[in-house]
Design a protein around this ligand. Structure first.
Ligand code: AVJ
Length: 438
């Protein structure tokens, strides 16, 4: 059930076009026609050698030292292996050491119970029980993709030629960082929902740091992602980093409680992560973000746009199988952390375009009848041949729909930028006071 956009006519080419959307004035620009950027940024494969991402002081974390060829699979397995090893993981890759000199929030809360992804193993087990014991379609929450292996696989996905999403997101943020920051009054602090690798916020923070000293709060339930992000951004001048090992809204509430008088908050919610939520839930989530903010605060929202179906399918089913590995790793994680006995060779990655909901779905298909035991979740599950576990939704949007959702959630759409090469929208949303909302 899609809401019809209230206005069409979005400028998709040219430098900057002004269009009237939803009664307000919104500026649409695309980075097509902007001054030439280094060719590296537009190249289909991400140009930066992957090794460059490894900190020179990798010694701080032994896992960042490359294993000899052939041993890497074993090493990874060992490193992320579960059991009560959730603790070990946490201690080794958790915030205290990896946040380095930076302050870390949440370091003392519930660390004993945290598994390899910074999520409590009890919660993981409970979510598994809920999702796998469903009588009809079984499912698993996509947030569990991002353990250490999964985060690394996602990094690999983001450099695949078939998956242009991450590069488009970064291109827009990079090309328009000054303009984005310029639309958020001074002084401002930045909170990011999902820290990712830290590449995208770098441009915004660089721009903001040149304007005033600021604080950047990456919020993520993955210690691996937080650590990576902290590393990536530690050299941005005038920016202090405080990692928040929290679910998004809890982290954001904590950031809001630390806000000083007169400070604006710029929330970054990039990468089309909102697309993982069902549409109504996504909109509700925007409303919850809004309720933590004050009028005048800003939300920069990245959303992947609809494109030809074969292109969308290829983006989630790349021929070398990185996305398949990303999907199947969810089962591997269950094995590692909860003692499951999923036979990974009996599962196949599958992708479909769901026409009515306008989303890509990822599933794991049981290739034969089988029973799986997951002792630490107290589960024994039977799967029929061809039965699937539904692991992810990636909803696709139109620019007009984003503006409509934002408005219903208590924001006005101040500006939108669309990438030409890979249709993707960055929307700058400003929190409005409830009475001026309509
Ligand atoms: C990071 C959630 C936006 O849905 O496109 C990539 C994750 N899944 N390939 C997406 C993902 C499969 C991605 N998000």
């Amino acid at each position: 059930m899609r809401t019809q956009p209230e206005s069409g006519g979005l400028a998709r080419s040219g430098l900057t076009a002004t269009a009237s959307v939803l009664g307000g004035r919104a500026e649409f620009s695309s980075n097509h026609g902007t001054p030439p950027r280094p060719p590296s940024v537009t190249a289909p494969g991400y140009p930066r050698p992957l090794l460059e991402a490894v900190p020179p002081d990798a010694v701080r974390d032994p896992r960042m030292i490359p294993e000899p060829a052939g041993a890497s699979v074993l090493a990874l397995d060992h490193i992320t292996s579960g059991g009560s090893a959730g603790e070990k993981d946490n201690e080794r890759f958790g915030y205290p050491s990896c946040m380095g000199k930076q302050e870390a929030h949440g370091a003392s809360s519930g660390a004993e119970d945290r598994g390899g992804g910074g999520v409590s193993l009890r919660e993981f087990a409970a979510d598994l029980r809920a999702g796998l014991s469903k009588p009809g379609q079984r499912e698993l929450p996509s947030k569990y993709f991002y353990d250490e292996v999964g985060s690394a696989l996602f990094e690999a996905i983001s450099v695949l030629p078939e998956y242009g999403l991450t590069r488009a997101d970064e291109r827009i943020v990079r090309a328009h960082a000054d303009e984005i920051v310029g639309r958020v009054p001074s002084p401002a602090i930045v909170a990011e929902l999902g820290s990712g690798s830290g590449r995208k916020p770098r441009w915004v923070l660089g721009s903001l740091g040149r304007r005033e000293p600021t604080v950047y709060y990456p919020i993520d339930i993955s210690p691996a992602a937080l650590a990576r992000c902290e590393w990536e951004l530690s050299r941005v001048p005038s920016v202090r980093i405080i990692g928040m090992l929290n679910p998004y809204l809890e982290g954001l509430q904590e950031v809001a409680s630390r806000r000083k008088d007169g400070q604006r908050i710029l929330v970054l919610f990039l990468g089309s992560t909102i697309g993982n939520f069902d549409r109504p839930v996504g909109e509700q989530f925007l409303g919850q973000v809004r309720s933590v903010l004050l009028p005048g605060d800003a939300l920069l929202l990245g959303t992947d746009l609809e494109k030809p179906i074969p292109q969308m399918l290829a983006a989630y089913d790349d021929p070398i199988g990185v996305t398949a590995a990303f999907n199947i790793n969810l089962l591997a994680r269950i094995n590692r952390q909860l003692g499951g006995d999923f036979d990974l060779r009996r599962w196949r990655h599958a992708v479909l375009w769901e026409e009515r909901q306008r989303r890509i779905e990822m599933h794991l298909v049981s290739q034969e009848r089988q029973t799986v035991r997951i002792p630490r979740a107290g589960l024994e599950v039977f799967f029929r041949k061809d039965e699937t576990i539904w692991t992810e939704n990636s909803h696709k949007y139109t620019p007009e729909l984003v503006a409509t959702m934002a408005q219903r959630a208590g924001f006005r759409c101040e500006a939108q930028w669309i990438d030409e090469e890979w249709p993707f929208a960055e929307s700058l949303l400003i929190a409005v006071s409830p009475d001026s909302a309509r």
